[in-house]
Design a binder for this molecule. Structure first.
Ligand code: FAD
Length: 279
């Protein structure tokens, strides 16, 4: 089966974190991903760290896609970053609005991701493949599902080549979203974002904040395990592998793993899916 596989990291802030990520990345190399992506703190807060990880990935012979968010930034600042990317041979960007850090009141010169995509195209033509974010369960600040869909389409018209979704655990939400997008005559690949479940209580807190739904049957099952880490691990693997199987069987063109800088769960899921060799 040939699908697009990618894995996301966040840029570590410490020397130990950087060394640990290198080790985890070496394990993930077994998946032969199409690219590794590296997140970017809104307002440029991780600019140097993101770029450092991107350069390390490229030096290891992999394609690296930096994320770039526009909120709180100026056009001149974004232009400078695009120049830096271009000079380093980067050819893929995940383009986002980002979220304003608390205490930061200024949205900046580019307010939404569609404006960033437009700006990247105007400044650099077709140098970069541009990937945008998609929300099968809708963006938490969306005025309505219809408005969110229209805003997604706006990003594609501005020149996005592909989209990666927010994570979700309900395959029907993805199929419904893709159907809606196709009805708007948008044909770009929409890659499901997959969050392996390693620490359920942390995931539950995080999901509430970003608007990702954890279905009641999954939540209840995890809660029933209490501190039983082995049962949590085993059930998490079953749930996410099952989700991926349904998505791929239903035509998803690839999988993007939110690794949280840990290789184990992502590698195990891919082995179960037959996407890489089992040791
Ligand atoms: P947009 O597409 O701009 O949408 C944001 C909201 O505004 C939506 O409610 C939309 O309906 C509305 N909207 C969009 N366009 C318009 C318009 N023209 N007029 C009026 N309303 C509009 N965050 C980070 O800080 N760093 C990262 O590296 C990062 N990586 C991510 C990767 C993926 C794959 C995903 C799914 C999310 C990522 N995020 C990241 C989180 C993301 O920044 C937040 O979800 C943010 O709130 C929205 O970003 P966006 O690019 O989707 O915004």
């Amino acid at each position: 089966m040939s699908i697009e596989l990618s894995v996301e990291f966040f840029p570590p802030q410490t020397t130990e974190g950087i060394a640990k990520l290198k080790v985890e990345r070496a394990k993930l190399a077994a998946l032969k991903p199409d690219f590794f992506s590296v997140t970017y703190g809104a307002g440029g807060s991780t600019r140097e760290h993101t770029f450092a990880v991107v350069k390390e990935i490229a030096a290891e012979g992999f394609d690296a896609a930096p994320h770039l968010s526009c909120i709180g930034s100026t056009r001149a600042g974004i232009r400078e970053i695009l120049e830096e990317f271009k000079a380093s041979g980067i050819n893929r960007i995940v383009a986002l609005r980002g979220d304003l850090p608390s205490g930061m009141a200024e949205a900046g010169e580019l307010r939404y991701a569609n404006e960033l995509v437009e700006f990247i195209r105007a400044e650099t033509g077709n140098v970069f493949q541009i990937i945008v974010a998609a929300y099968p369960e809708w963006h938490p600040q969306a005025k309505s599902t219809e408005a969110d869909l229209q805003n997604f389409v706006r990003k594609t018209k501005a020149g996005a080549n592909a989209a990666i979704t927010q994570y979700f655990y309900n395959a029907d939400a993805y199929f419904h979203f893709v159907e809606n997008v196709r009805a708007m005559k948008v044909e770009i690949p929409i890659i499901p974002g997959i969050m392996p479940i390693v620490n359920f209580s942390r995931l539950a807190r995080f999901s509430d904040a970003c608007g990702a739904d954890i279905p009641r049957w999954i939540r209840k099952q995890f809660e029933s395990y209490g501190d039983d880490a082995e049962s949590i691990r085993a059930f998490g693997l079953d749930v996410v592998t099952g989700l991926c199987e349904r998505l791929l069987a239903g035509g998803a063109p690839g999988l993007h793993f939110y690794s949280m800088n840990m290789a184990k769960a992502t590698v195990e899921i891919c082995q179960r899916l037959g996407l890489c060799a089992t040791p």
